[in-house]
Design a protein around this ligand. Structure first.
Ligand code: CUA
Length: 342
């Protein structure tokens, strides 16, 4: 029995494209929310139109080149007579009319898309403040009461299915906030607050990336948006509001590690609950709740914490994080302490 080849080919191409999509965390060709979907449809639509124009024009040029013409009729003196042949002008008019119609249509489509993504479908209930630093993201969930304000870094949790307002600031140079699967870019500019909104219609982890060259480690300035069910988001927020657990209750290494931390790291980092109130680096109160360190560059695990603290300039040359001179035991204890910051 002969197998139908075309459906098989189509099915395998579709499977391959779905797999490829899952493996491209930064794809803007497939979006998951109303801030990105209209742009994606426009993107695919314009691509289809461009391909159609190229194919049609290519075919017409080929047709004209291959068309057989009758041999020219020479006059009595053997010369080629000059004169206007049968007019091809109607083709020109038709071509111009079609072009104008298509361009006019896509202009209107563009304006409609701009209008659709300019504001969210409903008033956002949640506001997230994002401050870009060279080279990491400070994330805070402001509240009227300071005790209800959550501060974290490089990982933004949002409830799924509702729009979230982002207030975007920069602490140094111009950066750009970009979560390709959720929406377009918005710059973060020193001295001003830009606003953007995003909505994730599907729960998941969406990778983002600084979209504006901001210095040597621009490429290592990633962030994640974690969209989760509203109850899970509320639970995450409650957990983030709590102060760090007392290290003394953990074990001796961690208790010593917390002293080392206050002495060597507290100038730059905050851990709520101990004498560490620095604001230069990320808030580490719930460090272990985050999947990565160094703005998405390294997985957050014991080995990478060792490596990062022992040699930040080796892993991320130019980072503001200096190498702190710790002896091996201090290093071990600090990492043990950090691992209690759940
Ligand atoms: Cu920040 Cu590029």
């Amino acid at each position: 029995m002969r197998r139908p080849l075309l459906p098989l080919l189509l099915a395998s191409a579709l499977a391959a494209s779905t797999t490829a999509r899952a493996e491209t965390p930064m794809s803007y060709m497939h979006t998951f929310g109303p801030a990105g979907d209209p742009v994606t449809q426009l993107n695919w639509g314009l691509t289809a139109i461009s391909v159609a124009v190229t194919v049609i024009i290519g075919a017409l040029v080929l047709l004209a080149a291959l068309r057989k013409r009758p041999p020219p009729q020479l006059d009595a003196q053997g010369r080629l007579p000059l004169g206007r042949g049968r007019g091809g002008m109607s083709w020109i008019y038709v071509g111009i009319a079609v072009t104008v119609l298509v361009l006019f249509g896509t202009t209107i489509w563009n304006v409609l898309v701009l209008s659709a993504v300019s504001k969210p479908p409903q008033q956002p209930a949640l506001t997230v403040e994002v401050t870009a630093h060279q080279w990491w993201w400070e994330v805070s969930y402001p509240s009227d009461s300071p005790s209800q304000t959550v501060t974290t870094a490089n990982e933004i949790h949002i409830p799924v299915g509702e729009p979230v307002l982002f207030k975007l600031k920069s602490a140094d140079v111009i950066h750009s906030f970009w979560i390709p699967k959720l929406g377009g870019k918005t710059d973060l500019i020193p001295g001003r607050i830009n606003r953007a909104w995003l909505q994730a219609d599907q729960a998941g982890r969406y990778r983002g990336q600084c979209g504006e060259y901001c210095g040597a480690q621009h490429a290592h300035m990633a962030l994640y948006v974690v969209a989760e069910a509203p109850e899970r988001f509320a639970a995450w927020r409650d957990a983030q509001l709590a102060a760090a657990r007392s290290a003394a209750s953990a074990h001796d290494l961690a208790a010593h590690g917390s002293e080392v931390f206050v002495q060597h790291c507290g100038v730059c980092h905050t851990v709520r609950g101990i004498e560490a109130h620095g604001r230069l680096g990320p808030d580490l109160t719930h460090l272990m709740s985050r999947a990565t360190i160094a703005a998405g560059q390294l997985d957050n695990n014991r080995g990478n914490l060792y490596g990062w603290i022992a040699g930040p300039q080796r892993l991320k040359p130019g980072t503001r994080m200096p190498r702190v001179l710790l002896d091996p035991q201090e290093l071990r204890d600090v990492v043990a302490y950090l691992e209690t910051l759940k």
